[in-house]
Design a binder for this molecule. Structure first.
Ligand SMILES: Cc1ncc(COP(=O)(O)O)c(C=O)c1O
Length: 387
């Protein structure tokens, strides 16, 4: 990877040290150009003409294909969404639930996992079982704790593939196997994954995988995609049906022919072609670098960052300390300082970070466009704050 060329393509790198990609990633110039080109076309040539409509359809197809390539899935298993949460809700609210069915999740979860689960518990008598996971748990411990919460009533294992608050990576393939053995499904919240790690939904045998366009992929806000295993498409009912939900219907008889196996059934009526073009372009940019290269560089930078943090008095790292559960999300607490205060002090020095709550910490994301020099600078500033 030519890091100078990569950074020249991403304007934010000229202005600050951006280490908050896990919240929203900075777009490369070609992504914003693609968005503005589409908007300009719509303004100048009309958004819904006989020329513009096939142009929009081509963008939708391009994006489904790009996401399929990124996840290792056929494009006819990809629903285009507006966020990770949107995709998760399609699955959680689209499955048929019976009282006593169980969802197995974990104590570190993001609200986008926990809240829909708890609301189903209230509305449908579903039981939510929560494995107590610690950021320091290794893979075997995670699996043992998750399995201890599973039963013959397990309908859905529903966790983040990478935890947002401590960067802990969950094993996808083993969790899929555990869920399937009990007749359940695996739904992974992959908000922190697309654009951070190499993904293989078919190799891992997961059932549902929801990604955003705007975080590590560095596309625009308001974009995302959901993989649904082909055989499971009919099992998920669109709860907000728009015209794509049916093949045909008869107003007089009320007869409906549902669009059972086409992910278009989840599509809201009108979406932004410009934003979808931006997400497609963001994926193209990253695939030219290569997901394996991106993953390896993020991990190497995270290791460098941890090394730097260890040498600062009062710093306690709260994310996994290397190994197969660690990722490019590094979190730490600083003795005597609230995480929010540290985030503000870093920002005053041109460093974008965020605070997280479980456990309370500052989070720094080491994306592939960050550099060793930036990390040294961050550690120097933290050293000053610690003194
Ligand atoms: C693990 C996790 N899930 C869900 C979300 C929400 O993502 P989105 O805004 O794409 O719905 C986030 C955002 O930070 C996240 O980290």
């Amino acid at each position: 990877m030519d890091i100078s060329a990569v950074r020249a393509a991403i304007p934010v790198t000229k202005n600050l040290i951006y280490m908050n990609t896990g919240w929203s990633g900075p777009s490369p110039t070609r992504v914003t150009r693609r968005i503005t080109d589409q908007l300009t076309y719509e303004v100048e040539r009309g958004p819904a003409t006989l020329d513009a409509l096939p142009r929009s359809r081509a963008v939708h197809e391009e994006l489904a294909k790009a996401v399929g390539g990124l996840l290792n899935a056929p494009e006819d298993t990809i629903a285009l969404t507006q966020s990770t949460t949107h995709g998760l809700l399609i699955v959680v609210n689209g499955l048929d639930w019976s009282p006593g069915d169980e969802i197995v999740t974990c104590s570190l979860e993001h609200p986008s996992v926990m809240l829909p689960s708890l609301l189903l518990q209230r509305s449908h008598g579903v039981r939510v079982r929560v494995a107590e996971i610690s950021p320091n748990d290794d893979k075997a411990t995670i699996l043992a704790k998750m399995e201890a919460e599973m039963s013959e009533r397990t309908r859905l294992v529903f966790v983040s593939h990478i935890q947002f608050s401590c960067g802990l990576r969950f094993p996808a393939q083993e969790l899929a196997e555990m869920a399937h053995r009990r007749g359940g499904y695996l739904l992974l919240d992959a908000a922190q994954c697309a654009g951070q790690i190499a993904i293989d939904v078919r190799g891992w045998d997961v059932d549902f995988y929801s990604i955003p366009g705007h975080k590590w992929l560095m596309g625009p806000d308001g974009t995302g995609a959901l993989y649904i295993r082909k055989e499971l498409l009919p099992a998920v009912t669109p709860r907000y049906p728009a015209h794509g939900a049916v093949e045909e219907y008869d107003v007089k008889t009320g007869a409906l022919k549902l669009n059972e196996s086409n992910p278009r059934k989840f599509r809201m009526s009108t979406t932004s072609t410009a934003l979808e073009a931006g997400m497609a372009e963001a994926i193209a940019f990253q695939r030219e670098i290569g997901p394996d290269v991106i993953e390896a560089r993020g991990l190497a930078l995270a290791a460098t960052l941890r090394d730097g943090l260890y040498s600062i008095p009062g710093v306690a790292i709260t994310s996994p300390d290397g190994g197969e559960t660690s990722t490019a999300l590094v979190t730490f607490a600083l003795a005597g300082r609230e995480p929010r205060e540290v985030v503000e002090l870093l920002w005053a020095r041109g460093i974008a970070a965020r605070q997280v709550a479980t456990p309370p910490a500052v989070r720094l994301c080491t994306a592939f466009f960050n550099t060793e020099e930036e990390i040294a600078q961050v550690c120097a500033v933290l050293g000053e704050i610690a003194r």
